[in-house]
Design a protein around this ligand. Sequence first.
Ligand code: DLZ
Ligand code: SF4
Length: 509
Amino acid sequence: MPRLIVVLGDQLSPALASLQQLLPDDIIMLAEVGQEASYVKHHKHKIILLFSAMRHFAATLQQQGYQVCYIKYGDIAEIISMTDAVLHVLAQHPAVTTVIITECGEYRLQQEILSWQQLLTVPVTILGDDRFICDLARFARWAKGKKQLRMEYFYRDMRRYTGLLMQGDKPEGGKWNYDSDNRKAWPEQQQPDAPLSFAPDAITAEVAELVQQQFAANMGRSDNFSYAVTGKEARAAFLHFVKQQLPQFGDYQDAMRLEQPFLQHSICSAYLNCGLLDVRWMCNKVQQAYQQGLVPLNAAEGFIRQLIGWREYVRGLYWLKMPAYKQNNFLHAERALPGYYWHGNTSMRCMQQAIKSTIDHAYSHHIQRLMITGNFALLAGLSVDEMTDWYLAVYADAYEWVELPNTLGMALFADGGMLASKPYAASGAYINRMSNYCKHCSYNVKNITGQDACPFNALYWDFLQRNQQRLSANPRLALAYANWHKRSDEDKAHILAKAAQTLDTLEQL
Ligand code: DLZ
Ligand code: SF4
């Protein structure tokens, strides 16, 4: 008797729990549906990546002899949601005895899937997603009774649990974390190696055409797509990174450079988050490269921390705290997003660069997301709802489990410090230290007031002043507040007036 195995667009892993149970009679369903493709205005590259990778994944299963029911976008007008798709396939295959699905990545869709238990005439089995190393029960046990859920302690547990970069029960090299080595600015003359890119094949070209027709108004272009769309290609892209970029990944993790959107970053998060790459395989490759003396410890440790520390931690936190987490707005940030978040036309060179790479590649690296577009939103008090929707829409790697804690918690401090120990607020000086943007900007990073002053500067002080009641007790902000209070009343008034004027003319910056 066949069972129906439902595979979602970010579950494209042969080792997926539900596919591990596959029997010869079973039917596998993948569906391109309007609701998933439109719950935010996804970047064109994100939709092309998923639809093309889904079609390739389905074709491989078919070649292996499995029965796959694939619903293409728009082929059956009545199918709008995953629920519609499941009902449609069940009606076509009345012999199906049960529906099997691996737990999904977003609370919104989880609620829909849970409703199937009542809606469908056959039972529904939801399996845990063991593509993550830390299952949700393990995370909940770790979190239980803790006042603060600090990533660093979770990460150490994960190092012990996985044995990655461990010498017995001691961390490799004697320290858990080498981040203090990882803040170098990019050297003036150095040219980064490009990440591996892939010319669209016939399947991708067809999908790109579809996306151009159906999602014309969404961010990005459909004629410059170059992501991997199969597991094989994604593994090649990652191995290229390990060889070419990883050796210097640590050193320049936080660096930013004009017209260089990728630097030493892997650009593999989109592959990992839709299932084309496996986290354990990636970590083992990085560890091997370290053991073979091909990459230094600060690079290997920094990269592995992103995967088994940060990534697993935000996923655990998301499921532990949802749905209430999404309602947080600790700093009462409500201001509308200026238009340049969508088109990138701003004289602020740093913002223009971060948004340009977002438009061109559905990608910008973590420090651009945190310290440029995120920092600006934090300082200007931009709406948490609008910002979280923006991040979810514009990045090819974004699903709510990873996007929400990173945006709402880390970048916007809207959870009041559940995730970050302080707001990542910074003036232009930080951006100037970590990039060459300010040298090519019409604003002057040294000035706080005056016509040409860098907008980040007055906004930074205004942020501290207007949130004084909520933030001044934070010991990690003590120095910043002391510096603010040292200023004369006249000085403060000038700065706050400049910030008010900046906020009034936000759209024109
Ligand atoms: C993001 C996305 C998009 C754009 N389209 C689809 C789709 O048509 N079909 C599908 O199964 N999944 C899609 N996804 C990914 C889902 O939104 C994702 O599985 C959930 O957000 C849970 O992480
Ligand atoms: Fe950004 Fe200010 Fe530097 Fe211009 S001067 S690039 S606005 S930080």
